[in-house]
Design a protein around this ligand. Structure first.
Ligand code: CTP
Ligand code: CA
Length: 232
């Protein structure tokens, strides 16, 4: 895709993307985290930028560099990410929640390092549920805003995985859900990805596999198809 011309199909659109994995502090030196590298979210930012969008990336512990021209808001925990997304979503036309968001956080953050001589041979951590950032964005959605969620599912059976996706998109209320078939690719740090995009009815509107950048372009294609449908 070139820098100008007919491929600028996101020109003047404000695209907000979350990427990476949140970390939930346990004490001053420790956290609970996940294996997300942020590659697919950064690829989405790169693809949207190439298509003329004004891109804001809410970045949680990325393992990859962000292209010049993307506005970056760095966050750490899920609560940080929620705040940054809420603020930036107020101006966004398209919101994509590609980040791996921690479902739970430690109920208490210790002011000092947890010490073995105090904790003993067993240590239990009490966790509390984090807010659902995506569902909150859907609740606060501005008119015409398109909101896209991601779901990494390990279910190998096509029909069962699709059913999980259908249930999830209906629970979240977003417009599209990108089903990431984890276990098909060899892990989180890979350059390639394999995905399906579901609409609100749970129907598959797109399937793609390839580099994370090519998959990103296909995801943006499905978003723009959806936008065209809304206008029609
Ligand atoms: N998500 C979110 N806030 C959370 C958890 C998830 O915004 N507290 C978002 C993710 O960024 C993703 C989508 O919701 O876009 C689906 O995440 P996923 O973990 O697949 O779904 P959950 O609702 O957390 O359900 P599960 O119990 O399967 O993890
Ligand atoms: Ca989850």
């Amino acid at each position: 895709r070139g820098a100008s011309g007919p491929d600028q199909d996101l020109a003047a659109r404000k695209v907000l993307i979350s990427a990476g994995g949140t970390r939930e502090p346990l004490d001053p030196v420790r956290f609970l985290g996940n294996r997300s590298s942020g590659r697919q979210g950064v690829a989405l930012a790169e693809a949207a930028l190439a298509r003329g969008a004004e891109v804001t990336l809410v970045a949680a512990h990325l393992e990859v560099a962000v292209p010049d021209g993307v506005t970056v808001r760095t966050v750490s925990s899920t609560l940080d990410l929620q705040e940054a997304m809420r603020t930036a979503a107020a101006a966004a036309d398209i919101v994509i929640m590609a980040a791996a968001v921690a479902d739970y956080r430690p109920a208490d953050v210790q002011a000092d390092k947890i010490k073995k001589d105090i904790a003993g041979d067993r240590l239990s951590l009490e966790l509390v549920r984090n807010p659902d950032v995506l569902a909150g964005l859907v609740d606060g959605r501005r008119p015409g805003q398109v909101i896209v969620g991601f779901a990494a599912e390990t279910e190998p059976d096509d029909a069962l995985r699709r059913e999980l996706g259908r249930t999830k998109i209906q629970r979240k209320g977003c417009d599209l859900l990108v089903l990431n078939r984890v276990g098909w690719t060899q892990g989180f740090a890979t350059e390639r990805n394999e995905i399906e995009v579901l609409d609100r009815a749970g129907d598959i509107v797109m399937e793609a596999s390839g580099t994370k950048l090519s998959v990103a372009h296909r995801i943006l294609d499905s978003i723009l198809d959806g936008v065209a449908l809304d206008v029609a």
